[in-house]
Write a protein that binds this ligand. Structure first.
Ligand code: NAD
Length: 489
């Protein structure tokens, strides 16, 4: 049994009575507890960050970069150990966890070069003898509330960018896998970050509410499900904060008759079932254009599913680990039952697949539905598990209309060899991140991440240039110097 406590002002702190259970998803057993920060503990963290802000915001960008470089070096060296913490608590395979840590390190890399983007702009002679310049100033204490599915990557989307801009930070990781964030902040302390600049508080709604309504918090970044994202965004802005809240997804992939179907099937299996489908950029709907495409894809995907090895994420050769909790397992299972009741054809039912030595673990194999209709709940709602739905459509325009009418707009993809169709898709699709023969089009660290519609509550993306806009305030100065000192000239 282990205990996960809060990290405030550079120290691990336990002040709260309430604890939540942590589970080993492989065995299904309780493996530890996480301490829930109440309003008093949240206040301590925010005050530590507020106090640290006065000196950190005055630290030169060059000095901040030096610490971030050292942090990047430590993260590189510790990548596998961080990934192991993720695999043990979250369940995903070690190689999936390593890949996600690398995605986070990429953002730290980008943050190391931020001085250039923070230098502002200057215009001389905007009037006679008048010059104007603008600068980006930090906001103060910023908060990051993160989901369970990427316990290193998503916190790393947030705090390195925020502190590179001169802010201080409080992270509230998912209460389901909180240990990784602790390692991330221990390492940044080791890299030389002054105490109080980044703090971690743990908990659930109680902790989140205390953070997003706290009078000294200036900005809130949130990633999680849409209902909570909407609530956090609304509450934070009504308390005067700047807020960006990223929500759920139902990502569609269109497969055109001219596509390379072997390549598309390979891509769909990875995009649908990697990380057991617990990815906001996972493909969960295939829009097969024409029955012939649908029939062929189903055969190919079915064959590939039969080869996916399920088991503990630490074991070599395992391709799919368990789901995060029993509760989540039950939710995914209930959607599979619902799909059958709604009249979809369950081509592969993986819902009861468990490795033989781990019957109590939260394992589930890959499932595949055919003949899914847009009116069905399994089409409309986010399942967030290893379930792929095939919707048969007669043509490209029907596929495009379905995507555009869906309430979510995080990611989408098309497989085709036709440049005109690909271009029309890119131009007309109402989705934030688009792949053309690329199934999971997550932008790299120097671009920015962000969906549309109910996948985002804000008008600003995460990491890349968008983060600089989010974590700074623009100040524009117009200056004129009067004559009068000529006697010294
Ligand atoms: P979640 O919404 O349950 O939890 C996210 C965070 O909100 C956690 O820190 C949690 O403690 C907190 N929280 C939960 N309920 C709350 C409440 N009622 N009030 C205040 N705070 C609350 O999400 P999850 O299950 O951890 O993560 C999965 C979801 O995240 C999926 O919907 C997935 O699509 C989404 N997600 C989105 C993105 C994106 O970039 N759009 C990325 C990753 C995950």
């Amino acid at each position: 049994m282990y205990e996960v406590t809060n990290f405030i002002n550079g120290k691990k702190i336990t002040l709260t009575e309430r604890k939540l259970d942590l589970f080993n998803p492989v065995s299904g057993e309780i493996s530890g507890h996480v301490h829930v920060a109440n309003a008093k503990t949240v206040d301590l963290a925010v005050q530590a960050a507020k106090e640290a802000f006065s000196s950190w915001s005055q630290t030169t960008p060059a000095q901040r970069t030096k610490i971030l470089f050292q942090y990047k070096y430590l993260l590189d060296a510790q990548k596998e150990n961080i990934a192991k913490i993720i695999t043990q608590e979250h369940g995903k395979t070690l190689s999936e966890a390593m890949g996600s840590v690398q995605r986070g390190i990429d953002v730290v890399n980008f943050a190391c070069g931020l001085s250039n983007s923070l230098k502002g702009s200057y215009a001389s002679q905007v009037g006679t003898g008048v010059d104007s310049y603008s600068l980006h100033q930090p906001l103060g204490v910023c908060v990051g509330i993160t989901p369970f599915n990427f316990p290193a990557m998503i916190p790393l989307w947030m705090f390195p960018m925020a502190i590179a801009c001169g802010n201080t930070f409080v992270v509230k990781p998912s209460e389901k896998d909180p240990s990784c964030a602790m390692r991330l902040v221990e390492l940044i302390k080791e890299a030389g970050l002054p105490d109080g600049v980044v703090n971690v508080v743990h908990g659930d709604k109680e902790t989140v509410d205390a953070l997003i309504t706290h009078k000294d918090v200036k900005a809130v970044s949130f990633v999680g499900s849409s209902a909570v994202a909407e609530y956090v965004h609304h509450t934070a802005i009504s308390h005067g904060k700047r807020a960006q809240a990223f929500g759920g997804a139902k990502n569609h992939c269109v497969v055109m008759p001219d596509a390379d179907l072997d390549q598309a099937a390979d891509a769909l299996v990875t995009a649908g079932y990697d990380c057991a489908g617990e990815r906001c950029m996972a493909i969960s709907v295939v829009l097969a254009v024409g029955d012939e495409v649908a029939d062929q894809l189903i055969e190919k995907i079915k064959h590939k599913i039969s080869k996916i090895k399920i088991g503990p994420g630490m074991e070599t050769g395992v391709q799919m680990g368990p789901l995060i909790t029993k509760q989540h397992w039950e939710k995914v299972k209930s959607y599979i039952e619902l799909g059958k009741q709604e009249g979809a054809k369950l081509v592969v039912d993986g819902s009861n697949d468990k490795p033989k030595d781990y019957k109590e673990g939260f394992f589930m194999g890959a499932s595949l539905f055919d003949h899914v209709k847009p009116t069905m709940r399994i089409y409309r709602e986010e399942i967030f598990g290893p379930v792929l739905s095939v919707v048969r459509v007669p043509d490209f325009h029907t596929a495009l209309t379905l995507i555009n009418e869906h309430e979510y707009g995080n990611g989408t993809a098309i497989f085709t060899r036709d440049g005109y169709i690909a271009h029309t898709f890119m131009e007309k699709v109402q989705v934030g991140m688009v792949g053309i023969n690329v199934p999971v089009p997550v932008p790299v660290a120097y671009m920015s991440f962000g969906g549309w519609k109910r996948s985002i509550f804000a008008d600003i993306g995460m990491y890349g240039q968008e983060s600089i806009r989010f974590y700074t305030k623009l100040k524009t100065v117009t200056q004129r110097w009067m004559p009068g000192g000529e006697k010294w000239m």
